[in-house]
Ligand binder design. Structure first.
Ligand SMILES: Cc1cc2nc3c(=O)[nH]c(=O)nc-3n(C[C@H](O)[C@H](O)[C@H](O)COP(=O)(O)O)c2cc1C
Length: 380
């Protein structure tokens, strides 16, 4: 009998059955030179899959678009060498008994902000706006200074090109044998910058009321669905906070959140990956529900919580993702929320980076390893 027994039951999303409810969260590693996944990456993911996790969500993977990713070591999803590299990763995870779902990523306004990066041309911003000048950030402040100058808003051809790039990336991923497609729609990156009214001031079909701000994300979901067919699940990550400002929010009320998520659910999202700094933080006054709880309640779709599992996190006010990283066993609190049917899945990030065998320890009730921040930098 383990404290996490309730999490050890399968979940079916379309034609995919996950063996349990614990998933590895997407985490960028910057370890794919020129976008090519390496054998070390294959063993990094496979050894975690071998612990029996419900699924592996990969790190963000760059779309085939010049302004998608600002670091040459972020993996891509196009080109022969890249796809051969991925094939080895996908096969290694499957051989270990795992499920692998790549997270498709376009950095949008955040391109060349965290890193001084790849590609030339304008960053992709719905209305040319990067974000507020005074937001709480955790990356290099020069990145913000350089980005505050507005650029031309995305044109119709930019939007069409990027939707096509999502479709191509999904097609390539499916050809590799992945088990589903995840979309990074959070943290102030491209899709989130359409959802967020601060960065989306468009007056055309892609901006305005919440349904129109959700239209770009919905178009991406539909384009991916057209490529991958009806059997594979689509996972969409969204968040209240943004890299441009950790205090910013997407929606101030449940109704406002429902207006944004509804069109995305209708477009074909099967699982909302609700990104929070700490899973035990309520989102709206008058309710204890976390972000995943609201996504599930508002859309009727499955949802996944994330943030601070097995880590002692500063509640709510955490300024930086790296705030307070002591291992702690907060699984009883997590399971209690799960048993209230608040969410369907749990993603675990840094605890699984810190210890590849974390899930085995969680199942067996063994103590967790002390958190070593150096493990955030390794690919092992
Ligand atoms: C090193 C690192 C890289 C990350 N990269 C991504 C990413 O590529 N895509 C994404 O959606 N979230 C990314 N995140 C956020 C995690 O998926 C997760 O939401 C966050 O770490 C909170 O979960 P945790 O407290 O279990 O670590 C990253 C987090 C870390 C620590």
């Amino acid at each position: 009998m383990s404290i996490i027994d309730p999490l050890l039951q399968p979940l079916t999303l379309r034609g995919l059955t996950l063996p349990n409810r614990v998933v590895m969260a997407p985490m960028t590693r910057y370890r794919s030179p020129l976008g090519v996944p390496t054998p070390e990456m294959a063993s990094y993911y496979a050894r975690r899959a071998a612990t029996g996790l419900g699924a592996i969500l990969t790190e963000g993977v760059a779309l085939p678009h010049y302004a998608a990713a600002d670091h040459p070591d972020i993996p891509r999803l196009d080109g022969v060498d890249v796809l051969n590299g991925w094939k080895a990763v996908v096969d290694a995870v499957h051989d270990a008994g795992g499920v692998i779902i790549p997270q498709l990523w376009h950095q949008g306004p955040m391109w060349n902000v965290e890193n001084v990066g790849t590609g030339t041309g304008n960053p992709m911003r719905p209305s040319g706006i990067w974000g507020p000048a005074d937001g709480v950030i955790s990356f290099r402040s020069e990145g913000r200074e350089e980005s505050l100058t507005s650029v031309p808003q995305m044109g119709d051809s930019d939007i069409a090109d990027i939707i096509a790039a999502y479709a191509l990336a999904a097609r390539n991923a499916v050809a590799l044998g992945v088990d589903g497609i995840a979309i990074h729609g959070a943290h102030g990156y491209l899709i989130d910058s359409f959802l967020w009214d601060y960065t989306n001031r468009r007056a055309d079909q892609w901006g305005g009321d919440p349904a129109r701000r959700a239209a770009f994300g919905a178009a991406v979901v539909r384009a991916i669905r057209a490529e991958i067919g009806q059997d594979m699940p689509i996972v969409l990550r969204f968040s209240q906070f943004k890299m441009q400002d950790y205090r910013a929010v997407l929606a101030n009320t449940p109704d406002a959140l429902g207006d944004l998520l509804g069109p995305l659910a209708d477009a074909g999202v099967d699982l909302f990956d609700a990104s929070q700094r700490y899973f035990d933080t309520p989102i709206f006054e008058g309710s204890n529900l976390n972000l995943a709880g609201w996504a599930k309640k508002l859309t009727g779709k499955a949802s996944m919580t994330v943030g601070g599992v097995a880590l002692d996190k500063a509640k709510g006010g955490a300024k930086h993702i790296d705030d307070s990283q002591q291992s702690v066993n907060n699984l009883p609190l997590l399971v209690e929320r799960f048993e209230r049917s608040e969410f369907d899945l749990v993603a675990v990030g840094r605890a699984i980076l810190n210890d590849p065998d974390w899930f085995t320890k969680a199942k067996d009730g063994q103590p967790f390893l002390p958190f070593d921040p150096a493990n955030l930098e390794r690919l092992a």
